[in-house]
Write a protein that binds this ligand. Structure first.
Ligand code: AMP
Length: 222
């Protein structure tokens, strides 16, 4: 498979974090969640960390230039293997920036996987979401509870609800996401773009994603 970038578009809670991590392990290419990257930066006790904490807790977007610079840095070091991007681009400005980065690195245009989820399903999922304070693993009290109860299965870390998973912040992020997503979908209308029904069982979605991302593997298995 030629190295390329795979993008996940999807509202916060659409399952893109889980699916991109799974696809990353199946295809053997790294994945970068800009949300995780920014949360890690926000934990630092610096003026930038403090500012990021405020932005993340409010559910607003971090500026295009900050996110684009960080993604460009990571992509440059992974150009041989390609990369799965989860949560980037979120704006047309970021998408244009990514086009430029890929052209500069002589990488092909991205494969775009859009996980489309309803607002009802989203609220159910996100208010039940928990994340390990140590390794960032994601659980869900309803669909994917930890076998270690209120602790992480991997390292025993405490499972916390994210500051931005309260109902009001969730709805604000959903509205913001939808407003930003349509222009992005238009941007990628001539690209390798797939809209996937994200309200279904995660296992079914995973199978469909692998079929799209690695058709050769599926032919070999048939
Ligand atoms: P996520 O984990 O993808 O839901 O992102 C959590 C938060 O991180 C978002 O609400 C934004 O504040 C910030 N964030 C993540 N990705 C981006 C991005 N591509 N551009 C701007 N802000 C982002």
């Amino acid at each position: 498979m030629t190295s390329r970038v795979i993008l996940f578009l999807g509202a916060p809670g659409s399952g893109k974090g889980t699916q991109s991590a799974w696809l990353s392990s199946k295809l053997g290419i790294p994945s970068l969640s800009t949300g995780d990257m920014l949360r890690a930066a926000a934990r630092e006790n610096t003026p930038t960390g403090l500012r990021l904490r405020e932005i993340l807790a409010s559910g607003s977007l971090v500026s295009d230039s900050v996110v684009c610079d960080a993604v460009a840095l990571r992509l440059r070091s992974e150009r041989e293997r390609g990369m799965i991007l989860d949560g980037f681009p979120r704006t047309v400005g970021q998408a244009r920036c990514l086009d430029q980065i890929l052209a500069d690195l002589k990488m092909p245009p991205p494969l775009v996987l859009h996980l489309d989820i309803s607002s009802e399903r989203l609220l159910d999922r996100l208010t039940a979401r928990r994340q390990c304070a140590v390794c960032g693993a994601i659980y869900n009290l309803l669909s994917r509870p930890s076998r270690a109860g209120t602790r992480c299965e991997n390292d025993g870390g405490e499972l916390l609800q994210r500051d931005d998973d309260s109902e009001s912040v969730i709805m604000r992020r959903f509205v913001e996401f939808n407003a930003a997503c349509e222009p992005l979908v238009r941007h990628y209308s001539k690209a390798d773009y797939y809209r996937i029904d994200g309200d279904r069982d995660p296992g079914l979605i995973a199978t469909e994603l692998l079929r799209i991302a690695d058709p050769a593997r599926n032919q070999a298995a048939a």
